[in-house]
Design a protein around this ligand. Structure first.
Ligand SMILES: Nc1nc2c(c(=O)[nH]1)N[C@H]1C(S)=C(S)[C@@H](COP(=O)(O)OP(=O)(O)OC[C@H]3O[C@@H](n4cnc5c(N)ncnc54)[C@H](O)[C@@H]3O)O[C@H]1N2
Ligand code: MOO
Ligand SMILES: [Mg+2]
Length: 418
């Protein structure tokens, strides 16, 4: 009798993986290399932003009280006593009916409390005329209006993106605490697999999972240790994986996790003494995704079918790696969308359909990205989301509200919700 596997719910499988994760140590990185890394210290404002009251426009710095009563019929004249470009500091305060020519970003001179836009003035020989009154604070960018000193602006565990870089630079972080990266190994298994450079041969296909998973890792900022392709050979694969486990924190394989005669991963885990957390998940594609541990190492046995491989990585490997790196938003971001087409197939397991979402007049609509079986490769290329169709339904109709997981986003989610 063939041994039957017991499928577990997706959320439980994710939890099993996440329970194994311990955060990696912290290291310092140069600001120029920090983009895409996970911040491991909060960004606290070490000074107010802006650090001084400054002009929001090119124009003139004046005392607002001197503009009282100004109108078309009663223009008020101002004498210009100097000029302040951004970066220079005036040393004489503004007096009654006096003004400084001032540029955007320049510090306000003492006594000045408002800025007149250049366009609102009529030039005169030694100054300008103004035809409308100003209030104190007009066109001034105030000290601390963006951030107060001591404010926690970004939490530890956030992914650094160009906006974060700007903030780090603002506060003078030449270096910043980030997580070290896990060493991730990747091995594609399958006697049928050809290298990308090889001619197609009957019965064989090119290895697409290897390069795909490499790219999925790259999206997390990780360069993997690529062990290439191996034929389905129990002894040789075991040896390579045993060696790879010495050299990596996480070892990803693709293929060989099902029940075929050459699906050797279950036997390899056994030989390696790895403990299998699960080998069947109530999801499609990727139902045979297998995750195991060996000491503090994690082994992800992603399915050979490309869509299943892709989905297994996004659902299990991605949050595991991000959590190791201290991310507080390791899950794919999810939003609600309208299903753009009927999906009438029975759903014994939750389906993750490679889809395309777009904004329409009806709101966000998500459609399957084409041929959608677990062996599909074209729909992975077209998709920008995974449409989640929970199990237990006999089908989903166009217009129904569904959850979708957004792919390739910088932002993530703190909890698994779908
Ligand atoms: N009797 C059963 N058969 C299968 C079951 C099952 O439950 N009972 N599960 C099916 C499901 S679901 C999937 S998914 C696949 C999983 O297969 P494996 O993970 O064992 O992967 P392989 O057998 O090695 O390959 C499957 C398929 O994928 C192609 N492949 C493999 N590696 C690559 C690669 N690197 N690049 C591109 N394509 C790859 C391979 O040629 C096969 O076509 O099993 C079902 N069978
Ligand atoms: O694991 Mo398979 O991909 O469910 O289709
Ligand atoms: Mg197989």
């Amino acid at each position: 009798m063939i041994e039957r596997r017991s499928p577990i719910p997706v959320s439980q499988a994710i939890q099993y993986v996440m329970d194994q994760i311990k955060p990696l140590p912290i290291e310092k990185t140069n600001l120029s290399k920090a983009n895409g890394r996970i911040l491991r210290e909060p960004i606290v404002a070490s000074h107010a932003v802006p650090p001084f009251n400054r002009s929001a426009y090119d124009g003139y710095a004046i005392r607002s009280k001197d503009t009282k009563g100004a109108s078309v019929h009663h223009p008020i004249s101002f004498r210009v006593i100097g000029e302040i470009g951004a970066g220079t500091v005036p040393n004489v305060p503004v007096g009654k009916h006096e003004a400084y020519r001032i540029m955007t970003g320049a510090i306000l001179p003492e006594q000045a409390d408002a800025i007149v836009m250049l366009e609102k003035t009529t030039k005169m020989i030694d100054g300008f005329k103004l035809q409308e009154p100003l209030q104190a604070g007009d066109h001034v960018s105030f000290k601390g209006e963006d951030a107060e000193r001591g404010e926690v602006l970004i939490k530890s565990g956030t992914k650094i993106h160009p906006g974060t870089i700007a903030l780090l630079a603002t506060f003078g972080y030449a270096e910043v605490d980030v997580s070290t990266k896990p060493v991730v190994g990747l091995l594609a298994t399958g006697t049928e697999l050809l290298d990308v450079t090889e001619q197609l041969q009957l019965g064989k296909i090119r290895n697409s999972n290897g390069p795909m998973v490499q790219a999925q890792l790259n999206r997390l900022g990780i360069e993997c240790h690529y062990y290439g392709v191996m034929s389905d050979n129990l002894q040789k694969c075991t040896e390579v994986m045993a060696q790879a486990l010495q050299e990596t924190d996480i070892l990803i394989t693709t293929g060989g996790v099902s029940v075929g005669d050459y699906d050797y991963l279950p036997a390899i885990y056994d030989r390696l003494g790895a403990e299998v957390l699960f080998d069947k998940v109530m999801m499609r594609p990727g139902s045979v995704t297998t995750v195991a541990t060996k000491g503090d190492k994690l082994l992800f046995g992603l399915s050979g079918n490309p869509s299943a491989c892709f989905t297994g990585f996004e659902l299990f490997t991605r949050p595991a790696i991000l959590t190791m790196m201290g991310s507080n938003e390791p899950y794919l971001p999810s939003i609600e969308a309208q299903l753009g087409e009927d999906f009438i197939k029975k759903n014994p397991f939750t389906r993750f359909i490679r889809g395309v979402w777009e904004m329409t007049e009806q709101g966000v609509v998500a459609k399957p990205a084409g041929f959608n079986k677990s062996n599909a490769v074209s729909s992975i290329a077209r998709g920008n989301c995974l449409i989640v169709l929970p199990s237990g339904s006999s089908g989903y109709e166009k217009g129904m509200r569904v959850g979708i997981l957004l792919l390739g986003m910088e932002q993530g989610e703190a909890v698994w919700r779908l």
